[in-house]
Design a protein around this ligand. Structure first.
Ligand SMILES: [Zn+2]
Length: 305
């Protein structure tokens, strides 16, 4: 296990939920697809570094603040003599490099230069660590993980790692000495404590309860095409089954994610899940995970968090 694992960000989870429950504008849809693709690329990179877990301290997906600037690090490996910072991009298709800029071949549209992004993170991390008295050198890498990404006129920059170069990149990494001592652990612990949980930069459209599609989604394929039997909910799209209890609790967690200030009541979740006929069933399920507050029709549920 890495010291810090990656989980889907709150923004990504909200966008994923909204994508199924409302018509997103084309910009929001694109934003959601970018988040999805980015996350998939990062997870793929995690699966490569996982084998180095016993050698180095690995911290995935860090959000830090230095000089009043928040910055994100996709993947960080603390080795004996070096901190290896990786910015992972899951771009796909043909791009070209010109005058310090990255452009898409299809429409010559310029994209944010990921090398600038990498240098910014490197500088901010260096400043943050130096303030704490940590002086391990930092080696930044820009990883293009998608096998179908191509960059014409690519600069000969050692920091850029293309998909076909990943095996040798990983080989070099695993050849590095792994005699970690207390100092590296201190750096890891400091970064873990400095990690910010909630990103201030989220781009989520406004939404209201009334405008969202209700219903339990299939836990496997996200389809709303489910039917509720005695004990189980069955997906008509992919055929998978789930107990009603699990489906309701998962849907309730989704409701809490979208409406954190809304009181959780039996009526509310009954309406939200749609497919479960009896309110009493919903109430009994909610009682298994949440704490009932108050009595009668004014009662509601609270999370234990
Ligand atoms: Zn399904």
């Amino acid at each position: 296990m890495p010291l810090k694992s990656r989980t889907e960000s709150k923004e990504f989870r909200i966008m994923k939920s909204l994508n199924g429950r409302m018509q997103l504008s084309s910009d929001d849809k694109q934003h959601y697809l970018n988040l999805k693709k980015g996350y998939e690329g990062e997870v793929k990179f995690d699966s490569l570094t996982a084998s180095l877990d016993s050698k180095f301290y690995i911290l995935n997906d860090l959000l830090l603040k230095s000089n009043n600037t928040t910055f994100q690090i996709d993947s960080l490996l603390i080795t004996q003599a070096l901190i290896i910072l990786c910015e992972v991009k899951n771009y796909e298709g043909d791009y070209y490099y010109k005058d310090d800029g990255f452009y898409m071949c299809t429409n010559s549209k310029e994209i944010t230069n990921p090398l600038h992004q990498l240098h910014r993170s490197e500088t901010l991390l260096r400043q943050l660590l130096q303030k704490q008295g940590f002086n391990l050198p930092i080696d930044g890498n820009l990883i293009f993980i998608h096998p179908e990404f191509f960059l014409y006129q690519a600069p000969q920059n050692k920091q850029i790692i293309f998909s076909p170069q990943l095996p040798s990149f990983m080989k070099n990494l695993s050849a590095k000495p792994s005699n970690l001592n207390g100092n590296q652990r201190k750096i890891a612990d400091f970064l873990l404590s400095a990690h910010i949980t909630d990103s201030p930069y989220t781009q989520v459209p406004t939404y209201e309860y009334g405008g969202l599609r209700k219903g339990c989604k299939c836990g496997v394929c996200d389809s709303f095409d489910v039917i509720c039997g005695e004990r189980k909910i069955r997906c008509m799209n992919c055929g998978s089954e789930e107990t009603i209890e699990l489906a309701v609790l998962r849907s309730t967690e989704e409701f809490i994610l979208l409406f954190p200030k809304q009181r959780i009541t039996t009526n509310m979740i009954h309406d939200w899940c749609k497919v479960v006929k009896y309110k009493k069933r919903i109430r009994n399920i909610l009682l298994t995970r949440y704490i009932l507050v108050g009595h009668g029709k004014y009662s509601y549920f609270e999370t234990t968090k």
